[in-house]
Design a protein around this ligand. Structure first.
Ligand code: HEM
Length: 643
C-alpha cells in the first residue's frame, strides 16, 4: 500500500534527477532502487569530473566500494540453465574437486569445467558486422607493433607470464568444429604476415533462455583453483600427480617434466611459453613443499589427504599473491594498494585479522574468511567481458633477454645480458627445449630483469600475427593464425559490446569524440579513418589500448571496472575462500602457510633463497628487479593523498 503511494513521488523525484544525469543512463536510473539511484548519482558526479583516482585514499575507496556495489547489483548476468536444487553435502567434500564441481552449496555444477561463461552486460549482436571494419585492417593499422613500447620499471616479464598463468587457471572458450577464414583486404595485404587464415568458430550452445539464446562454454574451471597446475579434469590431474605423499611431478632440474612428444607434463599446456612453464614449476615446488610440511606435522596423512590440502593451500597462495602483490604493481596507486589489501585483509588490516580473526563484513574484515560465500544472487562464473579485458598480448616483447647468472651481478643487482632470443623460439615445444638449456634460475632472473610491453596502440607483437596455435593437448595446429585480427573477430563473434556501449554498460560516461579517448593526434587520425569517424564503431580491444591511462595504472579504466567486480567475486563466491577458509579445511599448518605468505618474493625465497638476495633489488618480484626498493611512507595509508 505504502509503496503504491510512494510510486508517483519516486517517479517525480527521478524525472527531476534526470537533469543531472547523462542521457544514456536515464533508462538505467528508472530501473534502480532509490538508494541505488542515490549511490549512482555520487559515482556519476565524480565521473563527470574524472577525479576518483585523485581523491584522498579514503574517499577513493568509498567511490570504489559504491561502484562495486552497483556492479554487483546490475552487472551480473547468468547465462544458461543450471540444474537447481542439487544441494551438495559439504561435509563430504571439503576439498577442491578436479573439475570444479561441488563448490557452490546449492548447485553442484556451478563453476565446473564445461559451464557457461556469464555476462556483465547485455549482448550486442554483430552477426552482420563481423567484418566491419575488417579485422585485418584494424590489426594492421591500429594494433601491430611498430617499435616496442615497454612499461619502464613498473611491470616485468614475470608479471606478464603471471597473468597468462592466471588465464590458464580461469578461462578458455570451447571451439566449434566449423572453420572461418579471414582474408586480408588488398589495402593492407602487403603488411599482413598472413594473407589469409582459418580458425574454428566459438561453439554456441543453447542456453534455454529467452534473451541470451546461446552462450559459450568454459573448458577451464573458473574457480581460482590452480587449474594451470592441476588441470580442469580428472584425466589431466591423473597425469600430473605422483600418487606419493600428495606430490606433483617435476624434473630433477626443477623444471617441468615432458612426455615422449616433448609436451610438458602440467595442468595446462595450451599456447604456453617458457615464462609460464617456469611459474608452473615454481608452484609445483610450492605444492610439494606444502605436502612435506603437512606430512611433518601429521605422519598419518595419506597421499590423497596431502594432495587435497596442498592444492587448497597452493591455490590460496596464488590467489593471495595475485591480490596483494601482482595487482598492486599493475595498479600502482595508494588507493589500489589499500583496496587490494582490503579485499584480502579488510580495512582493519592484517595485524588485526591475524590477532582477532575475521571481524565484520566484507569491508571491515575482507572477503577472505567471510562466514558464507556470496554470489550476489547469480551463480558464479567468469564472463565474456572478463575475457575481453584480459586480452593483453601486447605485454609480450619481441625478444627474450637472457641474462648470465653464472657471474656476479652488476649495479642494482643486474646480471649481464648475454643473448636476445626471438620470442617465437620461447613458445611451445621449442620454448620447452630452450628453457631446459637455460635452467630455472636463469629463466626467472632474466624475466625479472626485463620489462613487459605496454598495453597501448601499435604495440601488438608482430610475431603473434603468424602463430602456430595449439590444441588443448599442447600439440601444434596445422593452420597458422593472425592473433591480433582473430581477437578483434572473437569479441564481435561473442557479441561483446563495442567500446562505447561497453562503457555505457559499466555506467562509465561514453566518449563523444576521439579526443575524449586519447591525446595522440596520429592515433585520432587513424581511428577516424578505420572507423569512418564513428566512435560507436570502435572495437573494445582497440579502445582499451587507446584509452588515456590513469597515472600508475598499466591498464585502462574501462578494463579496471571489470576487474573491480570480478576480482572480488572470485574470492567472495568461493566457499574455500570464505566459509571454509579455516583450519578444519586447510589444516592448522596449511592456514598458517597461506597467512604468512605475502608476496611472490616470499615464494621464490622459500625455494631459491639465493635468487632474491643476489638479483632482486626491487620490493616486488613483479617490478623490474634492478629498480630501487619502495621507500617507507610514514603517513598511514588511509590518510594519504594521491600525488
Ligand atoms: C606466448 C604467449 C602467448 C601465446 C602463444 C598466446 C596465444 C593465444 C591463442 C592462440 C589464443 C586463442 C585465440 C582464439 O582462438 O581465440 C589466446 C587466447 C587468449 N590469450 Fe593468449 N597467448 C599468449 C600470452 C597471453 C598473455 C600474456 C595473456 C595476458 C592476459 C593472454 C591472454 C589471452 C586471453 C584472455 C585469451 C582469450 C581466451 C578465451 O578465448 O577464452 N595470452 N592466446
Amino acid at each position: 500500500m505504502l509503496s503504491q503511494l510512494l510510486k508517483p513521488i519516486k517517479a517525480v523525484f527521478k524525472s527531476e534527477l534526470q537533469k543531472f544525469i547523462h542521457k544514456d543512463f536515464h533508462e538505467l536510473v528508472q530501473r534502480m532502487t532509490v538508494i541505488d539511484t542515490f549511490l549512482f548519482l555520487i559515482v556519476h558526479f565524480v565521473d563527470k569530473f574524472g577525479v576518483w583516482h585523485k581523491l584522498p585514499v579514503i574517499l577513493g575507496l568509498l567511490y570504489l566500494a559504491i561502484r562495486r556495489h552497483l556492479h554487483q547489483e546490475y552487472n551480473l548476468i547468468n547465462v544458461g540453465r543450471i540444474p537447481v536444487g542439487v544441494r551438495s553435502n559439504l561435509v563430504d567434500l571439503p576439498y577442491r574437486t578436479a573439475d570444479g564441481k561441488y563448490n557452490d552449496p546449492f548447485n553442484e555444477a556451478v563453476g565446473a569445467r564445461g559451464s557457461f561463461f556469464g555476462r556483465n552486460m547485455q549482448i550486442i549482436d554483430q552477426s552482420n558486422k563481423l567484418l566491419s571494419p575488417d579485422p585485418m585492417v584494424v590489426a594492421t593499422k591500429l594494433l601491430a607493433r611498430r617499435k616496442l613500447i615497454d612499461t619502464g620499471k613498473q611491470f616485468n616479464m614475470i608479471a606478464a607470464s603471471w597473468i597468462q598463468f592466471m588465464i590458464h587457471d580461469w578461462i578458455d572458450h570451447l571451439e566449434d568444429t566449423k572453420q572461418v577464414e579471414l582474408v586480408a583486404p588488398r589495402e593492407v595485404a602487403s603488411e599482413c604476415p598472413l594473407k589469409s587464415f582459418k580458425f574454428f568458430k566459438t561453439k554456441q550452445v543453447p542456453t534455454g533462455f529467452f534473451q541470451n539464446k546461446t552462450g559459450s562454454i568454459n573448458v577451464r574451471t573458473p574457480w581460482w583453483d590452480g587449474s594451470v597446475l592441476y588441470g580442469s579434469n580428472a584425466e589431466t590431474l591423473g597425469k600430473v600427480r605422483t600418487y606419493k605423499d600428495g606430490k606433483l611431478k617435476i624434473a630433477d632440474d626443477g623444471l617441468l617434466l615432458h612426455d615422449n612428444d616433448g609436451v610438458a607434463i602440467s595442468g595446462d599446456v595450451r599456447n604456453s611459453w617458457a615464462g609460464v612453464s617456469t611459474l608452473q614449476a615454481l608452484f609445483i615446488k610450492e605444492h610439494n613443499a606444502v605436502c612435506d610440511a603437512l606430512k611433518k606435522e601429521d605422519l598419518d596423512l595419506e597421499d590423497e589427504d596431502l594432495y587435497r590440502h596442498a592444492k587448497l593451500v597452493t591455490s590460496a597462495v596464488i590467489a593471495k599473491v595475485h591480490t596483494i602483490d601482482w595487482t598492486v604493481e599493475l595498479l600502482k596507486t595508494d588507493t589500489l594498494l589499500a583496496g587490494m589489501r582490503g579485499n584480502w585483509y579488510g580495512l582493519l588490516g592484517k595485524k588485526f585479522k591475524d590477532t582477532f580473526g575475521h571481524v565484520g563484513g566484507a569491508i571491515l574484515g575482507g572477503l577472505v574468511g567471510l562466514k558464507q560465500p556470496d554470489n550476489h544472487g547469480v551463480p558464479y562464473s567468469l564472463t565474456e567481458e572478463f575475457t575481453s579485458v584480459y586480452r593483453m598480448h601486447p605485454l609480450l616483447p619481441d625478444d627474450f633477454h637472457r641474462r648470465d647468472v653464472s657471474v656476479e651481478p652488476d649495479h642494482n643487482k643486474s646480471p649481464p645480458l648475454i643473448e636476445t632470443v626471438p620470442m617465437g623460439n620461447m613458445i611451445g615445444l621449442k620454448g620447452e627445449q630452450a628453457s631446459k638449456e637455460m635452467g630455472f634460475r636463469a629463466l626467472l632472473v632474466s624475466m625479472g630483469h626485463q620489462s613487459s610491453g605496454a598495453l597501448e596502440l601499435w604495440n601488438y607483437p608482430v610475431w603473434l600475427r603468424d602463430l602456430i596455435a595449439h590444441d588443448m593437448d599442447g600439440k601444434d595446429r596445422p593452420d597458422h593464425v593472425d592473433l591480433a585480427a582473430l581477437e578483434i573477430y572473437r569479441d564481435r563473434e561473442r557479441k561483446i559490446a563495442r567500446y562505447n556501449d561497453f562503457r555505457r554498460g559499466l555506467f562509465l560516461i561514453p566518449i563523444s569524440k576521439w579526443e575524449d579517448l586519447t591525446d595522440d593526434k596520429e592515433a585520432i587520425e587513424v581511428l577516424r579513418d578505420v572507423y569512418d569517424d564513428d566512435v560507436e564503431k570502435l572495437d573494445i580491444l582497440v579502445g582499451l589500448m587507446a584509452e588515456k591511462k590513469i597515472k600508475g595504472f598499466a591498464i585502462s579504466e574501462t578494463a579496471f571496472v571489470i576487474f573491480l567486480l570480478m576480482a572480488s567475486r572470485r574470492l567472495e563466491a568461493d566457499k574455500f575462500f570464505t566459509s571454509h577458509f579455516n583450519e578444519e579445511t586447510y589444516t592448522k599448518k596449511g592456514l598458517e602457510w597461506v597467512n604468512s605468505t605475502e608476496s611472490l618474493k616470499d615464494v621464490i625465497e622459500r625455494h631459491e633463497p639465493e635468487i632474491s638476495k643476489k638479483w632482486m633489488n626491487s620490493s616486488s618480484a613483479f617490478s623490474v628487479w634492478d629498480s630501487p626498493p619502495n621507500t617507507p611512507n610514514p603517513i598511514p595509508i588511509y590518510l594519504r593523498l594521491p600525488h
